[in-house]
Design a protein around this ligand. Structure first.
Ligand SMILES: [Zn+2]
Length: 260
């Protein structure tokens, strides 16, 4: 499969997830032949196996949890089972913060034996799966959930994923990928530990990625039509900004040819 990112869900926050106004399955990355699953929320397995997507979790090389909240982790156990063919083939790596592994574990202990390795994510950590290197540069501010965003690096691409967090200025310097994925839960600023549209604009302006993708929408974002908000942001920042849709595929090859 060519290098791509598949959005198997674009829902964020409890109401949109529990009502399934948008799907909440997380993201599938294929980079240099390595397959990684990020934040398998409710419906991840069902979305993979749907007629439309036809993705085989037994081809995954790793699963990453940015934090333990259910909209990022609820399908992790069944995805591990699917990745390892029911636990009969020991393969793949799991990455999660220590809180998701030890304090209030969202990954069941018995499925941990199915995988090759369980790796604890830490602030400033760097990791390798197949041809892909990734780092978790800084701990986010996200309630009491230990949370890390991710920078992916393959021979051809740098991709930054800014997962759930309250805005704080240091965030910007740590995520400089040419492709920038931002979880934008809220339309307006709030006391909740989530980014809002204004925060996303500030980040995009400073980072100036080649492409920015907004996702993980709460109700206020959905009501305001994320695709229109993204078009406005493109105008204001001069950066191509798109709003993720359920099932959206970003073919990275196209961007490689244009840029490098
Ligand atoms: Zn969260």
């Amino acid at each position: 499969m060519s290098d791509r990112i598949i959005f198997l869900g674009t829902a964020g926050a409890r109401f949109v997830v529990t009502s399934q106004i948008r799907a909440s399955g997380g993201m599938w990355f294929t980079l240099e032949g390595t397959n990684l699953y990020l934040d398998p929320g409710p419906g991840a397995l069902v979305k993979c196996r749907s007629k439309r997507e036809k993705l085989d979790p037994a081809k995954l090389d790793g699963i990453i949890l940015s934090h333990r909240h259910l909209d990022h982790s609820s399908d992790v156990n069944i995805m591990i089972e699917a990745m390892t063919k029911g636990g009969f083939e020991r393969r793949g790596k799991i990455f999660a913060p220590v809180q998701a592994l030890e304090d209030d574990p969202v990954i069941l202990r018995y499925v941990r034996d199915y995988v090759e390795e369980v790796v604890t994510l830490r602030e400033g950590g760097s990791y390798q799966v197949g041809e892909v290197e990734f780092t978790t540069p800084i701990r986010h501010i996200h309630g009491n959930a230990e949370t890390y965003g991710v920078n992916f690096r393959s021979p051809s691409f740098t991709i930054s994923y800014i997962t759930d967090t309250k805005f704080f200025p240091e965030l910007i310097g740590h995520y400089r990928g040419k492709f920038l994925i931002i979880n934008v839960v809220r339309l307006k600023p709030s006391d909740l530990d989530h980014l809002c549209l204004e925060d996303a604009e500030r980040i995009i302006n400073e980072v100036q990625p080649r492409l920015a993708v907004l996702t993980h929408f709460g109700m206020t974002m959905i009501r305001a039509k994320p695709w229109e908000l993204a078009a406005d942001l493109s105008q204001r920042t001069g950066v191509e900004v798109i709003a993720a849709r359920d099932g959206m595929i970003i073919e990275l090859e196209k961007w490689k040819e244009e840029g490098d």
